[in-house]
Design a protein around this ligand. Structure first.
Ligand SMILES: C[S@@+](CC[C@H](N)C(=O)[O-])C[C@H]1O[C@@H](n2cnc3c(N)ncnc32)[C@H](O)[C@@H]1O
Length: 253
C-alpha cells in the first residue's frame, strides 16, 4: 500500500496514531474490545479511520464519522472496506438504534458532550455499548502549564478556556463554545461524565486509567415503564407468571 507524504499536520497526526494502533506493544495503544455479536460499529471523530482499521472486526459494518472532510478523503483512499461519513457528533446522520457499539478515541473532548451523548444514545441499539477515551484534568492542566511556560499568549487563553469548560461540565453539566467560534473543548472528570451519561440514559458507567487518558465504558439503559420495571424485567416477570412462578406485573396506570 502506498501512503503519500503528508503535508497537512492533521494527516501526519492521524498517520502517527495509525502506527500506534498497528503496534500491539505500543504503550500509547488504546483500543476498544468488540463482541462477537457486534454487527455495526461507529467511530466518532475517526480521523483517517486509524482505530477502525486496526480492530479485529471481520464481517462487521465499520463506520467512521468526522467533521474533517480532508481526513475522511485520505482515509477512504487507504481503507476501502471502511465506510466514511462526513458529519458532527452533535448531529449524527444515522437512523435510531443503528449501532451495537459507538467508540470515540480522544474526540469527544472536542465536542459539545451533552449533545453528543444524546445523539450516541439515540443511534445505539437496545443492547448498545460505548467506549470513550477522554482527556482528564491532568492533561488539560499540563497543556495550560506548557502554554504559560512558553509564554504563548493566545494558546494560554485557549487552554484556560478548556480548563474552565471542563469545570463547567463537572459542576453544572454545561458546555460553552470558545469565544465567537462555534468550537468546543473541555477536560472530562469522572463525576461530570458519570452525571452526564446517566442523565442521557446510560447505565453501568465505569472508568479506567490508561496513561494520562481516561477510558469510559457504559451500556444503553433499558427503557423503563412507570411502575419501575424495565421492558425486559417486565417480559421475564410476565413469562414467570405464565409458568406459575411469580405474580403478574402490577397493572400500569
Ligand atoms: C485528536 S483527533 C482523534 C482522532 C482518532 N479518533 C484517534 O484516536 O487518533 C480528534 C478528531 O475528532 C474530530 N472532531 C472534532 N470535533 C468533532 C465533532 N464535533 N464531531 C465529529 N468529529 C469531530 C477531529 O476532526 C479529529 O479528527
Amino acid at each position: 500500500m502506498r501512503i503519500d507524504m503528508p503535508v497537512d499536520p492533521r494527516i501526519a497526526y492521524h498517520l502517527n496514531e495509525l502506527e500506534i494502533a498497528r503496534d500491539p506493544a505500543s504503550p500509547h495503544r488504546l483500543m476498544p474490545e468488540l463482541r462477537g455479536d457486534d454487527r455495526a460499529v461507529l467511530d466518532i471523530g475517526c480521523g483517517i479511520g486509524q482505530t477502525l482499521a486496526c480492530l479485529d472486526a471481520k464481517g462487521k459494518l465499520l463506520v467512521g464519522l468526522d467533521v474533517d472532510l480532508r481526513c475522511l478523503a485520505y482515509g477512504h483512499r487507504l481503507f476501502a472496506d471502511l465506510c466514511f461519513v462526513h458529519g458532527a457528533a452533535e448531529r449524527l446522520p444515522f437512523r435510531d438504534q443503528a449501532f451495537d457499539l459507538v467508540l470515540s478515541r480522544v474526540s469527544l473532548p472536542y465536542t459539545h458532550i451533552p449533545r453528543a451523548l444524546t445523539e450516541i444514545e439515540r443511534v445505539l441499539g437496545p443492547d448498545g455499548r460505548v467506549w470513550f477515551a477522554l482527556h482528564p484534568l491532568a492533561m488539560a492542566g499540563r497543556d495550560l502549564m506548557n502554554a504559560l511556560r512558553r509564554i504563548e499568549l493566545r494558546n494560554s487563553v485557549y487552554r484556560t478556556y478548556v480548563v474552565f469548560n471542563g469545570i463547567a461540565l463537572h459542576m453544572f453539566g454545561r458546555q460553552f463554545p470558545f469565544l465567537w467560534k462555534r468550537r468546543y473543548e473541555s477536560f472530562q472528570s469522572i463525576a461530570g461524565m458519570t452525571k452526564a451519561m446517566r442523565k442521557t440514559g446510560f447505565t453501568d458507567v465505569s472508568f479506567a486509567r490508561s496513561g494520562l487518558h481516561l477510558i469510559c465504558t457504559a451500556r444503553k439503559a433499558q427503557p423503563r415503564f412507570a411502575d419501575g420495571l424495565s421492558e425486559v424485567d417486565d417480559l421475564h416477570h410476565f413469562n414467570g407468571a405464565a409458568a406459575g412462578r411469580t405474580a403478574p406485573p402490577p397493572e400500569r396506570r
